[in-house]
Write a protein that binds this ligand. Sequence first.
Ligand code: MG
Length: 382
Amino acid sequence: MKKKGVVVLGATGSIGLSTARVLEQFPDRFEVISLVARNNLDELARQAGLFKPRTVITTDERLTETLQSKLPAGVKGEGGWEPVMQAVTAPETDVVVCAIVGTGGLEPVVAAIRAGKTIALASKEVMVMAGEIVRRELAASPTAKLVPVDSEHSAIFQCLAGRPECEVKNLLITASGGAFRSWSMEEIAKATLQDALKHPNWSMGPKVTIDSASLMNKALEMVEARYIFDVVPEKIKVVLHPQSIVHSMVELCDNSVIAQLCRTDMRFAIQYALTYPERFDGALPAMDFETLLKLEFSAPDRQKYPSIGFAEEAMRRGGTMPAVMNAANEIAVERFRREEIRFTQIWSIVEKTMAAHDPHPQESFAVIKEADAWARAFAGQM
Ligand code: MG
């Protein structure tokens, strides 16, 4: 059997590390073509020893020589974005895992789509900022596929299983409710940084944990879903589900609801994106029915969580508005982490930045990056 050739963008981040653990399970099924990261050279070297890829790339060109000195014999070290573009479009590459934080994933993803590759997409920014561009590129490249790696979108992808949009009534994105799910609005108004950093179910970086507490993470995921699945904004709903066992659901036109369940471990979504359309028997933990004893669902309080309204507005206006929502939130979260602003001011900064923006169509990355830079400056000065 021919092995699938895999390129991992963001190999040393948390998704990258989980991807390595999945790839390690299946040495006969996958061949790692290239590993890409910025500056964690020791982890790149460790994975290079494990997978013997053709190339290992640091996006910081100045680190190329140091990287090469750490790599095992026969593995070539490269630097900068040009080798990244070559790796994602190389004939031996079948799947590109995109787990780069920030905007670095945009150009490589488009290049990989044009080359007809499968994209295992973990970077939220790609669809949030440039969803319209990515959809146009996918429509023009019939062999390219996009398989989501975010747990909610992976769940929806698995529930949809290729069903036509006319059969889909709603995409139901589940949300744990984050650190403040049992807090009142008055209590949230007094929340500290330490309070916001306590996520009940998933252990993640500080940015995502704060985004879970504010539900801005859900807002970004709503926009992602709109573009990944190409459905109208009205069909995207959020359901609170504190246990994070049902990763999301799809409500069909006959009112039947299909759900996907598994343990809270990112390797499920990563492994499925890598093996799609097949499923492999690997090392993932089985569901145990103790955890299923209690599954709760409720509608989110839209006043307590204004983020849902922001996402609806961003999807409705489209163009550069989702990028502006994302940028304003990033700056607001940074300012909250520096303890310059209160938790609830994250929402007011996002709201005011969006209100001050007149969205432009997504004609190019330049237009998107310009709106992103404007929003960062605006949100930073408020
Ligand atoms: Mg998620």
